[in-house]
Design a binder for this molecule. Sequence first.
Ligand code: DSN
Length: 413
Amino acid sequence: MYETNIKGIEEIVKENEEWRSGCINLIASENVTSKRVRKAMASDLMHRYAEGHPGERYYRGTGYIDRIETGLKEKMKKLFSADNVDVRPICGTNANQAIFGVYTKTSDIAFVNSTPGGGHISHHKSGNLGMLITNIKDLPLTEDGYHIDIEDTKSLVNRIKPKILVLGKSLFLFPEPIKELEDVCKENKVKIIYDAAHVLGLIAGKQFQDPLSEGADIITGSTHKTFFGTQRGVILSNVNKKEWSKIDKGAFPGSSSNHHLDTLAGLAIATNEMLEFGEEYAKQTIANAKSLAVSLDKYGFNVQAKQFGYTMSHQIAVDVAEHKGGNEVSKNLEKNDIIINMNLLPDEEVNKAKIPKGIRIGVQEMTRFGMKEPEMEIIAELIKKCIIDEAHIKEEVNKFRDNFQNIEYSHDN
Ligand code: DSN
């Protein structure tokens, strides 16, 4: 049913807010922002334009925006030990578009993670890389499906000589083999682009790999999954000035015009929060993911990558084929206010995307609400009750979630 009446729309917004506050959200690509970040977004900045760079805009009236953007860039450089940063992409896909446009021309070849292997849509034929080039090859995986096969990749790089190698993905359990592939890429003049959208906050918190120091040429990412928001994109790199000036043009005017100053101010506050609380938050997030994996395994769920300790990130993957697959499981959980997404697993065909056997679970949002290992055990038990016992648990979920309403790792409280 559609709502066109203003009051009706406002009512939907309110209802969504209320409903969400009772849900256990385990979507791996989302997070919540602090009250201070939200306040900065609901300001006059949302009406303004600021193309170009601070101090050299194509618009007048940007003095305050310039101060925010300059400060944000300095903080990002510090957080990621990067000489260059572009905070203007309005999302991760937009950041990827800026980079892909700089480093590829029609006849070039790219290596990426496959969709079942976790690769993001923007890296693929149907996404923005596919709009630039057609020759996109999937990186080979080891038998377990959650790691890139290093030796096979090295020989493919030597033989095929792609222009870019895109690491990082959406189903992202373990660090990528950047160090191991750095030499072969350098010898063959292959640029390593690392899409950190999912793990940006874990990198900022120094609990995941450090892509730039390990040999990646460029990091792209979104700023709202394990990072503290707002929904935007970022590009980070230590390439030389001449190369960076091409990336700069890729970001503007290449892939964006104005860059949404309300979310820019929010991101500036979120970045301060990351500098202050990022390490503690990232540690807890990863500990929570492991704890949830162990508890789900204990209840008999087929949690993936057990032989590798399940995960080193905010995510876990579960094969729920024996429970009617990811589509059914995610729908049943949603009916009980537990929100997750169905997900292809590495050994599935891409045409199964709407009926995959897997689910992907991310604990970063519930961690931000202050949950720790004991709460992960409760969440596992709730999932077990819903999926294995087929019990109605909505009220139990809402009651449990009631105790976790404050945004932690912030100065909200
Ligand atoms: N597709 C999103 C995800 O859920 O991983 C990222 O853009």
